[in-house]
Design a protein around this ligand. Structure first.
Ligand SMILES: [Zn+2]
Length: 114
């Protein structure tokens, strides 16, 4: 898998963190897009939902999205995801998340500044 520098368009191989041509930090680049993942509506257990959360964050890291919108429902999965995201935000693994969007059953996770 290869990636492309959004600054200069250079194709770089996976695992490279800085563009060899323009020195941009590739992991921090974003095209402003948002991924969408549903992690709670296939009768997932909490453990399965947490695996899907991890995968969603990984997908986001490997893409140029600025964040991922998670459909978490309104039950215990939402509580666990909120707890996990609080921890990740405290550790700086994610920028922030918005768990207070009214009653939509979704959480927006911000991974990069757009
Ligand atoms: Zn570049």
């Amino acid at each position: 898998m290869s990636a492309q520098c959004l600054g200069c368009g250079m194709l770089v191989s996976a695992g490279v963190t800085a563009c060899p041509k323009c020195d941009a930090l590739l992991e921090e680049q974003t095209d402003g897009s948002v991924l969408h993942r549903d992690i709670a509506h296939q009768h997932e257990t909490v453990a399965q939902a947490m695996c899907k959360l991890e995968q969603a964050l990984l997908d986001c890291r490997q893409s140029h999205a600025c964040g991922v919108r998670l459909a978490v429902g309104r039950g215990v999965i939402r509580e666990e995801v909120t707890r996990q995201l609080s921890w990740l935000a405290m550790n700086g693994d994610i920028l922030d998340f918005d768990h207070d969007e009214g009653n939509t059953g979704a959480i927006m996770v911000f991974m990069r500044r757009s």
